[in-house]
Design a protein around this ligand. Sequence first.
Ligand SMILES: O=C(O)CCC(=O)C(=O)O
Length: 259
Amino acid sequence: MNGSDIVARYKEDGCVVIPDVIDQELAEETRGHIDWLGQKHPDIRPEQYHHHLIIDDPFWIRLCTDSRLIDVIEPFLGPDIALFAAHYISKPPRTGHPVLWHQDGHYWPLEPMEVITIWLAVDDSTPENGCMRVIPGTHQPRVTYPHQEDRSRPNVLSSRIDPQYVDESKAVDVIVPAGGVSLHDPYIIHGSEANTSDRRRGGLTLRYIPTTTRVKREKFPVYLCRGRKRENLNYYPPLPKFRPSDHYPFRGCDRAPWV
Ligand SMILES: O=C(O)CCC(=O)C(=O)O
């Protein structure tokens, strides 16, 4: 698919898959990062490595700001781009939790709701290990529907969209090979099943905004990925310096801006 086919498919369906975006060496480093996070945070489930952990994690920031990822979204967001959130949802073999049907826009404090998600496949993501599923076209109209808390079974968000808005017969699997990505719209209805297979399903979900979008939460860390920031809009913390005793080692950790 060329660039204009990607944009057209995204606009039509609210989701599009692009294989081979990062190289396999970086995908391998990212798999190692998930394992390292598991050792560092044995008390946190691997579906829940949330954005607050990024603030003191040079590799995580390096990955999210990789120019190959930003190239993919520039046609949608324009030249001034920031990362607003990053969250690993790594479903362990056999016991990985599902993500119940939802719309991302319901959860986000953004004004306006100008944002795009890159979902990066860290492992091959297939129906067997609980790949993402979307209901194409549900990003139109541009509205969010009611959501409710749901703890009836373990699930990543502990909530879901009101089932009357979900027609599961129209759902499609979003199959992404490791190193590839899918893009999805903040209004599309999507989710994923539990991982009951013998293979991990690691994914990193990345939310990018144009730097003109306001994050309506005090001191919420946002990272510039390309172009320029806007004065007095959003909180851009300083980048952490690489410390071997505290951080995951990676190619380039001995160079600027990490030293
Ligand atoms: O990783 C998953 O299974 C679901 C991802 C998701 O809901 C999202 O990225 O918004």
